[in-house]
Ligand binder design. Sequence first.
Ligand SMILES: [Mg+2]
Length: 156
Amino acid sequence: MSDLVFYYQNRLPCAAFAILEAAIKEHGEHELTSTFDEFRVDQYVLADSATSRIVAIDFDNTITADPEFYLALIKVYRESGWEPIVCTLRDNMDDNLLEIREKLQGDGMRIYTTDGRKKRAFMLHQGISVGLWIDDYFPGIIQFGSPLLLRNGIEY
Ligand SMILES: [Mg+2]
């Protein structure tokens, strides 16, 4: 699988993004754009907390869009001192967790299931700030018009 278009637009330096950017370059077939175009973008990369070492990666149509790429990325993040986690809108039914673990090839990373709740509020409620979000569906992270989206160039 290949040819995913990643969206990123953030004026502040973001070390977590630099790692993703290097992985995209090395992969050679995925693409990076700073132009917001819902019809073209496959994965939204949103910088959030500047002090958090957590990278929250969505499952459906994100990791599943190119598991090989994401498994390699997860490894690089961990080696570079970041904590990659999965954050999905799915619920915590055993079937879901099993499917996710299987796709992660047994990687023991933390999996958060929000059961349809907006991800950012859900994670903050758990006491977890996220440094970088990678997700195919940004409305699942936070509501339209939020400062997080505006800071990342999504003006809706
Ligand atoms: Mg998704």
